[in-house]
Design a protein around this ligand. Structure first.
Ligand code: MG
Length: 248
């Protein structure tokens, strides 16, 4: 069942979303060659707690970090580490969740480290575009599949691989709620969006093929062919006439 949120609850989720966007803004300032993903995690946790919120990911299913930091061929669920040092030309996906006053918000972006290759830059731009275009569609009466199809359309246009083993999700009192928001599929299918639904839409696109695997740490998802992967995400509420990006 897809839970509907009242406008009061959506206001609370917007407050959680503000914490998340504050962290992501700070991450854009902190990311540079020579910095470890552990450092990014510590800063992120500080910012979240300074807002009176709790990191949604810390301890979730045993996850050891406050953020996921996924470098280059890592798609999602990268574990922050002192030995993972960012180098010029890397790309790092930062995924953040914050829990405040009973509600989670969840967002991600992928940040270039210094100057990156033009192919990497193209991957980042096209993945962000696929998210933006999908969000533009969101309003009551469209099908969930319309969102999925829009991401797929931009992925295909950019000749990018689509991660099919992971999807976006509903978000609210729980970090992961129904429905699963696929990054591919036909339009006109799936549930019809209604006011009060909140979706975490999160394209994960690769410079190479679609296939991914999980590392021995049981968390980190990487592309099978070693190609770079990008991840962008926003928590988006369906409103009476359209949508509200809670993590903008
Ligand atoms: Mg998410």
């Amino acid at each position: 069942m897809i839970e509907l949120k009242s406008s009061e609850e959506i206001k609370k989720m917007q407050a959680s979303g503000k914490v998340v966007s504050k962290v992501l803004k700070r991450m854009q300032l902190e990311v540079r060659p020579g910095v470890s993903t552990w450092h990014l995690d510590k800063i992120a946790e500080e910012v979240i707690r300074s807002c009176g919120a709790v990191p949604s990911f810390l301890g979730y299913g045993g996850f050891p970090g406050s953020i996921c930091a996924s470098v280059n061929e890592e798609v999602v669920h990268g574990i922050p580490s002192k030995t993972k040092i960012l180098r010029e030309g890397d790309i790092v996906g930062i995924d953040v969740g914050a829990y405040l006053d009973g509600f989670h918000a969840d967002a991600a972006l992928t940040i270039p480290v210094g100057k990156v290759a033009s192919e990497a830059q193209r991957l980042l731009e096209q993945t962000q575009k696929s998210l933006n275009k999908a969000i533009e569609l969101v309003k009551p009466g469209i099908h969930l599949g319309d969102i999925s199809n829009m991401v797929e359309t931009y992925a295909t246009a950019g000749k990018l691989g689509i991660v099919r083993d992971y999807c976006g999700h509903g978000v609210g009192r729980k970090l992961h709620e129904e429905p699963c928001v696929l990054n591919y599929g036909p339009k006109g299918k799936g549930p019809i969006l209604k006011e009060g639904m909140v979706l975490a839409i999160e394209p994960m696109l690769n410079l190479g093929g679609d296939e991914v695997e999980v590392l021995d740490n049981d968390w980190t998802v990487v592309t099978k062919d070693g190609s770079y992967s990008a991840h962008f995400e926003h928590s988006v509420a369906v409103t009476q006439n359209g949508h509200l990006i809670l993590t903008a």
